[in-house]
Design a binder for this molecule. Structure first.
Ligand SMILES: NC(=O)C1=CN([C@@H]2O[C@H](COP(=O)(O)OP(=O)(O)OC[C@H]3O[C@@H](n4cnc5c(N)ncnc54)[C@H](OP(=O)(O)O)[C@@H]3O)[C@@H](O)[C@H]2O)C=CC1
Ligand SMILES: CC(C)(CO)C(=O)C(=O)O
Length: 289
C-alpha cells in the first residue's frame, strides 16, 4: 500500500515514521529543498531509534497514493487543498489531521476522493527537520466526511498506531477544540510545557475558566471535558504545544481556528477566550519583529 504524508513537522514526522515501520511505501512531501535533502540524508528519527528512510518529494510533485495524510497547519491548508485538487484523479483517500475548526468547509470542495477528518492525541515534539520525540502515547480519532465507508481504515490501524473510528465528526472536532483552546494559548502566552498547566494553581484556574466558557458554548459536559484536559496535560506533560512552537519560531498560530472560532460562534459572549485570543494575536505581532 502506498501512503503519502504532506507536511513533515511534528505530526508529519511521527505519522510518516509509524507508517514506514508498518512497511508501507511512504512518501513525504515537503515545501523546502533543504528539508528534502536533510530527510534523504538522515531519514526520520523517532526518539533514539534507528532512522527509517521513506521517499521524499517536493509538494509540487504530488503523486498517486492509496492514502494521503495531510499534516500541515490549518493556516497552510488552502495551498495544500489546491495541490490535491490538481492531483485528485490519482489519490484514493485523504486523512486531514488539523487541530481546531474551520477546515471542514474547505475540504468538502475536494471531489472524487474519500475524505476523513481526524485528531491526533499523541504527544509529539519536533526536534528538527528530521527528528521527532514521541512524548506521550495516544491515538488517532477519525471520522468520515460525506458518508465515506470506514472499512478501509482497518488496514491502517496497528498496535503502535491505533486508530479509532468515531461516528460524529463534529463532536470529535469540538471536543479536541476545547482541549486545544485551553492548553495551546496558555502554554504559548506563558512559554511553558503542557504539564505546567496543572502544576501552577493560578494557571490551572485560568484553564478551568476557559474550559467552562468553551463547554458552555459547545454544549459539552464540563466535568468530562475537564477530565480530558487534565489527562492530555498529564500524558503530554513534557510537550511544547504546537502554538508555543509556532510562537517560538515566529510563525502564525492556529488561534483563529481555536479560540477565534469560539469567539466567532459565541458572538462575543466568551470574554476570557476573547482576551486570550487578543493576547496571542499580540504575541504573533511581537514574534515577527
Ligand atoms: N504538535 C503537536 O503536538 C500536535 C499538533 N496537532 C495539529 O497538527 C497540525 C500540524 O501541527 P505540527 O506538526 O505541530 O506543525 P508543524 O509546523 O511542526 O509542521 C507543519 C509542517 O507543514 C509544512 N508545510 C506547510 N505548508 C506546506 C505545503 N504547502 N506543502 C508541504 N508542506 C507544508 C511545514 O513546512 P515548513 O517547515 O517548511 O514551513 C511544516 O513542516 C496542526 O493543525 C496542529 O494543531 C495535533 C496534535 C498534536
Ligand atoms: C494536545 C496538544 C495540546 C499536545 O501538545 C496539541 O494538540 C497541540 O499541541 O496542538
Amino acid at each position: 500500500m502506498s501512503v503519502g504524508v504532506i507536511g513533515i513537522g511534528a505530526v508529519g514526522l511521527f505519522v510518516a515514521h509509524e507508517l514506514s515501520q508498518m512497511r508501507y511505501s511512504v512518501t513525504c512531501y515537503v515545501k523546502r529543498e533543504d528539508q528534502k535533502a536533510t530527510l534523504e540524508r538522515e531519514g526520520i528519527q523517532k526518539d533514539d531509534q534507528t532512522p527509517v528512510y521513506p521517499n521524499v518529494q517536493m509538494i509540487h510533485s504530488l503523486q498517486a497514493h492509496d492514502w494521503l495524510f495531510v499534516c500541515t497547519k490549518q493556516t497552510d491548508l488552502d495551498n495544500v487543498v489546491k495541490q490535491i485538487d490538481q492531483t485528485n484523479d490519482k489519490i484514493n483517500r485523504v486523512v486531514f489531521l488539523q487541530n481546531g475548526l474551520g477546515h471542514v468547509e474547505k475540504i468538502k470542495d475536494l471531489k472524487g476522493l474519500q475524505k476523513f477528518i481526524g485528531v491526533l492525541e499523541h504527544g509529539v515534539k519536533r526536534v528538527n527537520d528530521h527528528h521527532v520525540l514521541h512524548t506521550g502515547r495516544g491515538l488517532i480519532r477519525l471520522a468520515p466526511l460525506n458518508h465515506t465507508k470506514t472499512s478501509s481504515l482497518n488496514h491502517l490501524n496497528h498496535d503502535h498506531f491505533p486508530i479509532i473510528i468515531e461516528d460524529s465528526l463534529q463532536k470529535t472536532l469540538e471536543e479536541k477544540l476545547v482541549i486545544n483552546s485551553v492548553i495551546n494559548p496558555l502554554t504559548a502566552i506563558y512559554g511553558v510545557k503542557n504539564g505546567t498547566i496543572l502544576e501552577v494553581d493560578r494557571l490551572r484556574r485560568l484553564a478551568h475558566q476557559l474550559l467552562l466558557e468553551a463547554t458552555e458554548i459547545l454544549e459539552l459536559d464540563d466535568r468530562v471535558m475537564w477530565g480530558r484536559v487534565e489527562s492530555v496535560c498529564r500524558n503530554t506533560s513534557e510537550n511544547t504545544s504546537s502554538m508555543l512552537a509556532d510562537i517560538n519560531r515566529g510563525r502564525q498560530t492556529e488561534i483563529d481556528y481555536m479560540n477565534g472560532y469560539l469567539v466567532r460562534i459565541a458572538l462575543e459572549k466568551c470574554p476570557t477566550h476573547e482576551l486570550i485570543y487578543q493576547m496571542i494575536k499580540v504575541k504573533e505581532c511581537l514574534s515577527e519583529v
